[in-house]
Write a protein that binds this ligand. Structure first.
Ligand code: PRX
Length: 645
């Protein structure tokens, strides 16, 4: 909320009307939109009932919604299968030879899998899971894999059998794997010997081995081998050997609409990440409908979402929502600046990418590298651009619009969360006039609002809390094993409303401007991190007595991590630089590289209220290099922090 870009957002007045040529061919016509949007606000359930026709059901549902706050069930009685919707129905309807996955590796290697080939591979692995690994509907497995087609095959094979997957981003540490695998009682872990990044091997199987020490629930570790003799470990099976020998015939299991498709662990306001539970039927209805309209998917599009499958964006808009529409999804395994900052643009030209969906942090990095780089490329295949993960500052929006979209591609700035499963607030291309920095209006069928402390709707331009007033099909169903935390986190602050944890305002046109988190969650490069989680990693180090972590504005990453650390009396403070490095490394090994603190400040005191709560507001000011502002009268120790130099 304190970032400079937010201030500029507030002053932004530019508006970009949809171009007539885009509007003319858009999946949703502007003429239909206004009426449809109003009807869907008044009767969201009817809207979603209609949207449910976009997926195939083995048995029809009988009731669209049962709502016992905070527990929703959608499409009751319906039976379906996510993998069937992503594969079989397309193969049966003329897309057998159409490319489903177009993969590029860092060295420029290309692999293509048609819908027919993908269905065969998924069917084989599904057979292997059932017959050789003894997995069945209701079991849970973890997936810790690089961005390779086999990661998608693995997710879809789970979906096909009804095995709930828990994908763990391949940058997380062994202790993160340990906690997540135990929490979800995983029976198997799918991984690879290594992934590739910046020309180097990124070891994965050894990290899994380490993470599985003392974990008994896991019976099998299935390893995709890039090299014939890579170690498999004691519970290991080779991915290829398991799959190759199986039949390509497999019947997708008929699953209840509420069957859990996946768990995805995400950071919250406590020390432990929470397992967000997503359903099958409702989830597929939301991701299919949103992908169709927000990305305006057409038969010949080459769609590229740059998110890793380890995040919700990868789940919903690399895999499920995109394949369920029968589109072609590009996957790139590698860094955006390998071998140089032109890599994205060269991929776009080479594969004629028509839709690009990426993160503001990446756009800012490209901006910093200079427009001379994209100007070396044609980029004329692009027709639509998107962003996700954090607020986009208008400067970056305009740069994206001019330098990448050449002024002709609509930009969809999509607001949503791991918990929402699908895009919630977004422009619709060809329909919505966009304003740089605003995610514009709620998707039809999503009833969003901004409320004040007391849950009362805010007036235009009055800042408040972003809430959702009505259940939607892809909403989080629960926190795995923790319904109390689920209620407390999302449904207790404003009874009857879903509390998103973001601050926002609506302007006079009803456009939403999302400012960022209002809780103890920070957003680093579009990735969500809990400050408590990093604090508990720090205090698990023997030299640390207490720690407080805050986000400070960062031009490139949105927010960067600053940690205030009180060392123990026994700690050796003769070399603070070395200790600082050691603590950073400790956080990396506890959580993963994405949580590495940018800055560690050693201190003797932390500002606390008389009731003992750390006053983060003051620490945020200090981390941002500002004077501590606001009311300090409740402070226990008014000298704030005594930094150890
Ligand atoms: O603060 C919002 C921010 O990202 C948070 C959700 O993070 P996560 O669950 O990791 O999912 C990210 C990808 C869907 C939100 O609470 N956020 C996401 N998209 C936007 C955004 N903030 C502003 N504008 C967006 N378009």
């Amino acid at each position: 909320m304190e970032s400079k870009s937010i201030d500029t957002v507030l002053k932004e007045t530019r508006s970009f009307a949809p171009s007539p040529s885009f509007a003319q061919q858009a999946n949703l016509s502007a003429a239909d939109y206004e009426r449809l949007w109003k009807d869907a606000q008044a009767e969201p359930v009817r809207f979603w009932e209609h949207a449910a026709k976009n997926i195939d059901w083995f048995e029809p549902w009988t009731k669209a919604l049962s709502w016992e706050e905070p527990f929703a069930k959608w499409f009751l009685g319906g039976k379906t299968n996510a993998a069937y919707n992503c594969l079989d129905r397309h193969v049966a309807n003329g897309r057998k030879d159409k490319t489903a996955i177009l993969w590029e590796g860092e060295e420029g290697e290309v692999r293509k899998l048609s819908y027919g080939q993908l269905l065969d591979r998924v069917s084989q692995l599904a057979n292997g899971m059932q017959k050789d690994l003894g997995l069945k509907a209701g079991d849970t497995v973890a997936v810790y894999m690089p961005m390779i087609p086999e990661a998608v095959v693995t997710m879809l094979a789970c979906a096909r059998v009804g095995v709930t997957h828990s994908v763990i981003f391949a940058g997380f540490s062994s202790s993160a794997i340990h906690d997540r695998v135990l929490d979800a009682d995983c029976k198997a872990v799918f991984t690879a010997d290594y992934g590739k990044r910046r020309g180097k091997k990124l070891e994965l199987q050894p990290i899994v081995e380490e993470g599985l020490k003392g974990v008994d629930c896991v019976q099998h570790v299935v390893v995709f081998r890039n090299e014939k003799n890579s170690p498999l470990g004691s519970r290991g099976v080779e991915w290829q050997a398991l799959v190759d020998k199986q039949s390509t015939k497999h019947e997708a299991v008929s699953l209840d609409a509420e069957h859990p498709l996946y768990f995805l662990y995400t950071s919250g306001t406590t020390g432990k990440p929470k397992g967000i539970v997503h359903s099958t039927g409702g989830y597929m209805v939301s991701v299919t409908q949103t992908a169709k309209w927000v990305f305006d998917l057409k038969e010949d599009d080459i769609y590229w979402c740059t998110a890793d499958i380890g995040w919700v964006t990868g789940h919903s808009y690399v895999v499920y929502g995109i394949l369920s529409n029968g589109a072609t999804a590009l996957l790139y395994e590698g860094a955006p600046n390998y071998p140089d900052w032109g890599r994205f643009w060269s991929i776009i030209d080479k594969h004629k990418v028509s839709i690009l969906y990426t993160a503001p942090t990446a756009i800012r990095a490209f901006m910093r590298a200079g427009e001379s780089i994209p100007r070396k490329y044609k980029l004329d295949s692009l027709r639509l651009l998107g962003t996700v993960g954090e607020p986009i500052n208008p400067e970056a929006w305009i740069w994206y619009h001019n330098e990448i979209g050449h002024g002709k591609c609509p930009i969809v700035d999509t607001w949503w969360q791991t918990e929402t499963g699908a895009i919630m607030i977004t422009p619709l291309p060809g329909v919505t006039a966009t304003k740089p920095g605003s995610a514009t209006r709620p998707f039809p069928g999503i009833v969003a609002d901004i409320v004040d402390e007391n849950g009362k709707s805010c007036a235009p331009n009055e800042g408040g809390y972003l809430v959702i007033r009505h259940p939607w099909p892809s909403m989080v169903r629960n926190i795995h094993k923790n319904p109390d935390r689920f209620k407390d986190q999302y449904w207790s602050r404003f009874p009857g409303l879903y509390f998103a944890g973001d601050g926002a305002h609506k302007d006079e046109n009803g456009y939403f401007w999302i400012k960022g988190r209002v809780d103890d969650v920070i957003n680093v490069s579009g990735h969500r991190l809990g400050t408590m989680e990093i604090e508990s990693a720090l205090v698990s180090h023997p030299a640390v007595a207490e720690a407080a972590v805050v986000g400070r504005p960062d031009e490139l990453k949105g927010q960067a991590i600053t940690a205030f650390v009180i060392p123990k009396e026994s700690a050796d403070l003769s070399n603070l630089a070395a200790l600082s490095k050691e603590l950073s490394q400790h956080v990396v090994s506890e959580i993963g590289a994405l949580a590495r603190p940018e800055e560690i400040k050693f201190t003797r005191t932390l500002p606390k209220t008389r009731s003992g709560k750390i006053m983060r507001r003051l620490l945020k000011d200090l981390a941002a290099g500002k004077q501590a502002s606001g009311d300090t009268t409740t402070l226990e120790n008014p000298d704030l922090v005594q930094l150890i130099q």
